[in-house]
Design a binder for this molecule. Structure first.
Ligand code: FES
Length: 85
């Protein structure tokens, strides 16, 4: 089964800019989809160096999401998982 890889930035800037809630992401994913998602935290994933985008940052399957919220990431994951089937 295909797994969608989520990387959450746990770097200081992302953390203070609203990312501190993001590590709880898995609690908001519908339980039936949890086995299709792989979530990891990573110290600064370098997107904060890009002045055009606002933190906090996360990546799903290598695509960058800025101003990431749990809601935004959960919606995107559900969309991707439903597209797989
Ligand atoms: S601290 Fe999050 S991308 Fe740099």
């Amino acid at each position: 089964m295909k797994k969608h890889k989520v990387t959450i930035c746990t770097g200081t800037l992302c953390h203070v800019m609203g990312g501190s809630e993001l590590p709880a992401l898995s609690q908001f994913i519908p339980p039936q989809y949890l086995n299709q998602v792989e979530i990891k935290g990573s110290p600064c994933i370098n997107h904060c160096k890009n002045q055009d985008m606002k933190p906090p940052f996360a990546e799903i399957d290598g695509d960058i999401f800025c101003e990431a919220t749990i809601d935004k990431l959960v919606k995107e994951l559900i969309k991707r998982i439903e597209n797989d089937s």
